[in-house]
Structures are given as C-alpha cells and as structure tokens.
Design a protein around this ligand. Structure first.
Ligand code: 13P
Ligand code: SF4
Length: 391
C-alpha cells in the first residue's frame, strides 16, 4: 500500500452514481461540460446576495463553491452570524437547512438545492412517535424529572418538542456539555434520535454505566420497556442510528490493526459503542479534521466517518497512510444528492429572481426549536475535548 492513496477495505464506488430526484424545470445534465463555469458565473453575479454553506460530507465539486465549510454545529453558528446575505444556500441535508432557517433573520431565505437531501436518522423519530413516548414516560411518573436532549440531526418538530419540555439540542461537538447541562436540570435524559451518540457520550464521557441506559423502541408497545425499567434508567435512548456510521464494525477495527502496524483508529461518535470503545480517538467531524491536520508525517490512521470527507483528508495529507474503516463504501447517499447540477440550477434561478426549494419552518415550531437551539449555542465550548476511548 502506498501512503498517497486512500486505502479502503473493499472496492470504492463513484459517488456520482448516487443521483438525486430530478428537479422540475431546467436542471442541467451532469454531463454538461460547462457546469463549473456556470456555477462560477452565477455565484459571481449574485455576489454578497448569496452565502453558501457546505457540510464536510458534501462532494468535492460542491465544497469548491462553499463560502464556509463545517460540521453541523459550526454551520449553525455561521448561518446565524451572516445576517446580511438574503439567500443562504445550504449544501447539506434537510434538518441542517431547517436549523439555518430558524437561526437566520426573517428577511433571509434558506435554500436546499435538492429537497430529497434528507437524513435517514432524522426520519427515525417522527414527532407523533416522540409525543407518544413522552406520554409513556408521563405514565411511568418520570417525565417531570426527565430532560430531553435532541441531536441536531432531527426535524425542527423534534427540536421544538425539546424546547417546550425544557431541553436542548446538541451536536457531536458538544454532546458532553449538553448532557452535563441536562443533568444539572433534571435526573434523567431522554436522548433523541441517535442511540449511539447518546450511549457513547453518557458512558464514555460522563461515566454512566451501560446498565443505566435503556433503548426506547418506538415500534414496540411502551417502547419495549416496563415502567420499572424506565424508572431505573438514567438515560433513555431513542432507537435511531446513522445508516453511514452504523456500518463500521468492531471486526474492521481488529482487521485494520492487523493490516497496518501502528495505525490509530479515529471514529465519529455516531458509530456503535463496540467500535468506539475499540478506537483510539473519537470525535465530531471537526475533531477528526483537526486531528488529521495535526498528525505527524508518516503516521497511519484508520478513519470511521463519511467517505467524501475521508477522501478529502487523504488527498490533503499524502504524507500519511489513511485507511477507510470499512470494506464497503460509506458515502451518505442523501448528502450526495446535492451535486453540481442542483447547485447550478439553484444559483442560476436565483440570478433570474426565482427562489427554488426554500426551507421554511412554521413560526410556532420555529419559536420552540429556537429556544432549544439557543440553549445549545449558549453552552460553553464549540469543540468537545478530545476523547481517548481506550484510556
Ligand atoms: P457532525 O456534523 O455534527 O459531525 O454530524 C455528522 C453527521 O452525521 C452530519 O449529518
Ligand atoms: Fe444522516 Fe448519517 Fe447522512 Fe449524517 S451521515 S446526514 S446522520 S444519514
């Protein structure tokens, strides 16, 4: 294996094979050889009218046009910090664009270039299911001691539920601080919708035992839990997960350690608990980027997060040996729906005065979701401290 290429425990597919649903009207074909010039020209014509945000999991050709890149926490902060641009083009997924709409001014319009860019994890918690779960907690007599904490990767309706019930939003950058804050407010935490981030943070960062974490399955009666189990729990985890990070296995960690002597395993906290406990380092996408940027030349890394990001990190650091921690490819299919044709279509329509795919959160939902988001933004520290999972 050479140090320059990204090593994958299997065969990589081309992310361009993940095509989004077609937009009505004049979506340019992906084969158009002038897409880059068209995007450049439209962006130049819009000037300060447009601010383009790009999540780290976006494709390279989309990231090339982002004014700023970041993880979901940083992008939420940056959207709120740019009140002058009337158009915010969000190259990410639906829940991120909703948060940007909530955090920006009324005269700003947030646009998602492809409305099919959702998130399978966010879809695992519907507001009706969460309201039913809260009724189960109420019947068990624990709702008034329980603080809901929802991961940024949830719908605005779930964020609003959290705000209404005295809780906060968190991201993978500040989940520890959010849980500490929640335990200052109450005795138990109801963590939505990613059971893995909730469990990894509670157990590895706060020292809560695995036995004190229970999983609420919305597809089972009473979440599949007895009232006694709910009363005994400290953390009630929603049964949701990320379809990308959930793929990494403990066996892959063992395998890469055999294949690459001295490798350091660096994973995102959306990975399953067995992977995180076997890893050397765990942290948000910003943390993963900072770790690789600061890595000494010649060091070897196996990274467990989305593949667009890992490929970019490998391209930027040819002096490192970077291995992808899975046998198969793990692009986020919905992140990949935002591609150059959709970006060109969005920008050219803005130049023509047409706002397509505006994301607008209803004012009542936005009010309560904003309360939960503001609680998160008031938490100290944007980037969580380094976690050494094997310490
Ligand atoms: P962060 O951006 O908070 O690291 O979350 C990762 C992710 O899965 C985004 O969808
Ligand atoms: Fe959702 Fe996972 Fe994709 Fe993030 S990487 S948008 S959590 S499916």
């Amino acid at each position: 294996m050479t140090a320059i290429e990204l090593h994958i425990l299997g065969q990589a597919a081309d992310p361009s094979s993940e095509r989004g649903v077609e937009c009505p009207g004049d979506l340019p074909p992906a084969s158009d050889p002038h897409l880059i010039e068209r995007a450049r020209a439209a962006k130049a014509a819009l000037g300060d009218q447009v601010f383009i945000l790009g999540h780290h999991y976006q494709r390279d050709d989309v990231i090339a046009f982002a004014d700023v890149t970041g993880d979901s926490f940083k992008l939420a902060q940056l959207a709120a910090a740019h009140p002058d641009a009337p158009y915010i083009v969000f190259c990410g997924v639906h829940f991120m664009a909703e948060s940007a709409d909530i955090l920006t001014q009324d005269n700003q319009q947030v646009i998602l270039p492809d409305l099919a860019a959702g998130c399978s994890m966010a879809d695992m918690a519907a507001i009706s299911q969460v309201e039913e779960a809260w009724a189960v907690l109420t019947d068990a007599g624990i709702a008034d001691q329980t603080i809901p904490v929802t991961y940024m990767n949830s719908t605005a309706a779930i964020k609003a539920f959290t705000g209404r019930h005295g809780g906060t939003v968190c991201t993978s950058s500040n989940a520890k601080r959010a849980l500490e804050w929640a335990f200052d407010q109450g005795e138990k935490v109801f963590f939505l919708p990613d059971q893995h981030l909730g469990r990894n943070t509670a157990v590895l960062e706060l020292g809560i035992s695995l036995d004190e974490c229970v999983v609420f399955d919305p597809h089972q009666s009473n979440g599949g839990l007895t009232a006694d189990e709910l009363r005994a729990a400290k953390v009630i985890l929603w049964k949701g997960h990320c379809s990308v990070h959930g793929r990494f296995t403990a066996a892959s960690v063992d395998q890469v350690r055999e294949l690459v002597p001295g490798v350091q395993v660096l994973v995102h906290p959306e990975c399953i608990h067995e992977v995180v406990t076997k890893a050397d380092l765990v942290g948000s996408t910003e943390f993963i980027i900072q770790t690789i940027n600061a890595a000494p030349a010649g060091s070897a890394w196996a990274i467990g997060t989305e593949l667009n990001l890992v490929k970019r990190l490998a391209d930027a650091r040819p002096d490192l040996t970077i291995t992808y921690l899975d046998k198969a490819v793990c692009f986020c299919a919905t992140m990949n729906r935002i591609d150059l044709p959709h970006l060109v279509w969005t920008l050219e329509n803005l130049v023509a005065g047409n706002v397509n795919n505006r994301i607008e959160v209803h004012s009542d939902v936005a009010h309560w979701a904003r309360i939960a988001l503001d609680r998160m933004l008031a938490l100290p520290g944007a980037i969580a401290p380094t976690t050494n999972a094997t310490d």
